[in-house]
Design a protein around this ligand. Structure first.
Ligand code: MN
Length: 220
């Protein structure tokens, strides 16, 4: 959690950590200016109509339902959303998409997406091809080399069918979806890697800056 907080603070944001036993989604969206969704365990696949794969590892009890309600409330309130790792997955499920339940057994020629926790959290794992013309491409323009960026990777699931209206903006060499965004005026972006782990060196600072700027213009 420390890296999420640092990444937000270093770009001028004031993070408010939510307690899903205490903070009702409808109340949260009236007193915050943006929603950052963080990493964690697997989303219950019954929520998108599938039986659990043998590798399924549930999140904290109640977290799926809480975050799904929060995402729906945030969309309704037109809050800027930045979703990271599990955050991207739960956002996709909340808005009608599905997930690949286990990349290594379900994707042919899968890259190494599950860096062990013994490695530094900013260890580069694979590249991501960024879609031309996307918001992600515009934000990362100065940092990219030939439409690609190098990312870390600590996930065994990924987006399968994107939620309606969302566009795929980043893919790994094995085809795994690594980024998506919702076109339109409200900042809504999701990435499968962990940009927050790079707050010291700034590789993904433009993403946090854009999110915080969007939240600032939303705040009254
Ligand atoms: Mn990955």
């Amino acid at each position: 959690m420390a890296d999420y907080l640092e990444a937000v603070k270093r770009t001028g944001g004031e993070p408010l950590e939510l307690d899903y036993h205490r903070d009702h989604p409808d109340g949260v969206v009236t007193r915050t200016a943006g929603l950052l969704l963080t990493g964690g365990g697997d989303v219950d696949p019954t929520l998108y109509g599938e039986a659990p794969h043998e590798t399924f590892q549930a999140s904290e009890p109640g977290r799926d339902e809480y975050e799904i309600a929060l995402i729906k409330a945030a969309v309704k309130a037109a809050l800027p959303i930045f979703a990271i790792c599990r955050g991207m997955q739960v956002l996709n499920v909340a808005l009608g998409g599905t997930l690949v339940q286990d990349i290594s057994t379900m994707v042919n020629g899968a890259a190494h997406h599950a860096t062990p926790s013994t490695e530094p959290r900013f260890t580069i794992a694979h590249e991501v091809w960024v879609a031309k013309g996307s918001r992600l491409a515009a934000l990362m323009a100065e940092k990219m080399d030939s439409d690609t960026c190098q990312v870390n990777s600590r996930h065994h699931q990924a987006v399968n069918k994107p939620a309606p209206g969302w566009e795929i903006t980043g893919t790994a060499p094995d085809g795994v979806i690594e980024a998506m965004e919702h076109p339109g005026d409200v900042f809504r972006m999701a990435v499968q890697w962990h940009p927050e782990n790079f707050w010291r060196t700034g590789e993904f600072r433009p993403l946090f800056e854009a999110f915080i700027d969007a939240a600032r213009s939303k705040a009254v």
